[in-house]
Design a protein around this ligand. Sequence first.
Ligand code: FPP
Length: 240
Amino acid sequence: MALSEKNKMDVPQHIAIIMDGNGRWAKQRGLPRTAGHKAGSETFRRIADYCRTIGVKYLTVYAFSTENWKRSEEEISGLMVLLERYLVEALQDMEKNGVRFRFFGDLSRLSPKLRRLCEEASSRSSAYSEVQVNFCLNYGGRDEIVRAAMDFARDVAAGKRSADSLTEADFENYLDSAGVPDPELVIRPSGEQRTSNFLNWQSAYSELVFMDVLWPDFKPEDLDRAIEEFYRRSRRFGGA
Ligand code: FPP
């Protein structure tokens, strides 16, 4: 039975995806890398819709990492245009779709236009609660932890907090993901088997599912397979 026909209780509430393999997909077809990202952005749209259909509450995607600035100017600007285009559309359809948007990462390095779109999407959708999409943009898991540590240090210096009483739960409130439950499932397509600085803190207990399919070819059935794999594994959180 397709997951879409199953009870909504049967899916993880938070799925995170490293959308990898766009470049190889393009190369296989003799196309520029930006064509791979464009196909990848279409896959994102389909998978985000599918997640909503099957009842996934949070979807977090790695759209641009702190390391991605090393790519060519053409590739970077191609990616930024795709993101802008998506957010313009999302803002137009906001009331109809009711999706809440959040953005993880250091947005200060993005163009003023993209930053404004991110801010508008997150503020205008902040009241929606059924489905939430978290875009990781200029995001690195280590960078997120360092920025959180700096914010904490500033609060200590301002006398708002004591340096001796920090708990893991308190520290989470300084992360970009504050208030979002950890992903139960992290998926990386494209055959690479590492997490590449994605959600380092939040994925401490996540099931990691690596798949051979390239992201532009990723289908709802591949998401079903990843979820089925997730349920096959026993999840004990370090307990017996
Ligand atoms: C990794 O594949 C992918 C990225 C660096 C960018 C991911 C972005 C998108 C899928 C589009 C974003 C837009 C929207 C609207 C979500 P790669 O280029 O490293 O692939 P490769 O390893 O095969 O070279």
